[in-house]
Design a protein around this ligand. Structure first.
Ligand SMILES: NC(=O)c1ccc[n+]([C@@H]2O[C@H](COP(=O)([O-])OP(=O)(O)OC[C@H]3O[C@@H](n4cnc5c(N)ncnc54)[C@H](O)[C@@H]3O)[C@@H](O)[C@H]2O)c1
Length: 263
């Protein structure tokens, strides 16, 4: 029970389609480790589904609907958690959206939306949780970034990649600012992970042939397979727990050797 008595807030805690998204697997993993989990998602139904899975296993989960790009909504969810469960011990910022294409393919509105959901949200969330963490001289902030933040992985995912790079640096800055206050901040750099979202994004580049998309992604990876949401969840649990007590300001790459190949 590595997270007993901890309140863990996960953003993007559902899945865009049936199956296991990263936030959903992380939420269930945190709950299995004894945490009280706040499952935040823009889709109330997706948040509820995660909560139902956790509650069916005897765990505790509060599903909350919110768009994390909206600062007022972020303040409201953090206030609600405070009223019911007290302060948040672990913030896992997992939301991430993308729009494939470069400056001549996507609109400025698309660009701004990706920035707002992926990065501005991290500003709103950390602004909301840091005061309590500082008071307690304890806390963890974890972000799901991507190897796309440090490498070109074969898709023209400009806005996504730029925001994932920004996330890594945001987290590093936060870590250094709070290193003396018991607050640890780290990024997970996920590689090519087999989650429901790839049916909606990557498969489009393969004429919506999901099997072809999955096979092509697997071939890119030295381990010859995509990762699963659980590969990320297991690492997220470690980084959120006191076992990782001396780890801050860094990135954990979980990619089956992908970035080593493109080093
Ligand atoms: N799947 C991959 O291959 C992969 C690789 C590297 C990094 N990542 C990152 O991992 C994270 C999760 O990816 P996934 O594939 O599991 O995700 P996903 O697409 O299944 O999305 C997770 C959830 O986020 C929610 N969401 C979207 N916008 C939101 C908003 N504005 N506010 C609140 N919730 C919102 C969705 O409703 C969904 O339930 C993302 O940050 C993604 O960039 C994924």
């Amino acid at each position: 029970m590595k997270l007993a008595n901890r309140v863990v807030l996960v953003t993007g805690a559902g899945s865009v389609a049936p199956g296991w998204g990263i936030g959903k697997a992380c939420s269930v993993t945190y709950a299995r480790a004894g945490a009280r989990v706040v499952a935040v998602d823009i889709s109330a139904e997706a948040a509820r589904e995660t909560a139902t899975i956790i509650q069916a296993e005897g765990g505790q989960c509060m599903p909350l609907q919110a768009d994390v790009a909206d600062p007022a909504a972020v303040c409201a969810i953090v206030d609600e958690v405070r009223q019911h469960w007290g302060s948040i011990n672990v913030l896992h910022h997992n939301v991430g959206i993308g729009k494939v294409g470069g400056p001549t393919d996507i609109t400025f509105e698309d660009w701004q939306q990706v920035q707002s959901v992926n990065v501005d949200s991290l500003f709103h969330l950390s602004r909301a949780v840091l005061p309590d963490m500082r008071r307690q001289q304890h806390g963890v902030i974890l972000a799901t970034s991507s190897v796309a933040g440090i490498r070109y992985v074969g898709y023209p995912h400009l806005a996504y990649s730029v925001t994932k790079a920004a996330t890594i640096h945001f987290i590093k800055m936060l870590a250094l600012e709070h290193a003396g206050q018991g607050i640890r901040c780290n990024s997970i750099l996920a590689g090519l992970i087999d989650t429901p979202r790839i049916a909606q994004t990557v498969a489009r580049q393969f004429a919506d042939d999901l099997d072809a998309a999955r096979a092509a992604r697997a071939r890119q990876v030295p381990m010859q397979k995509m990762g699963t949401a659980w590969d990320i969840a297991n690492a997220a649990l470690f980084l959120s727990s006191d076992e990782a007590g001396y780890i801050t300001g860094t990135e954990l790459v979980i990619d089956g050797g992908l970035t080593a190949k493109y080093a």
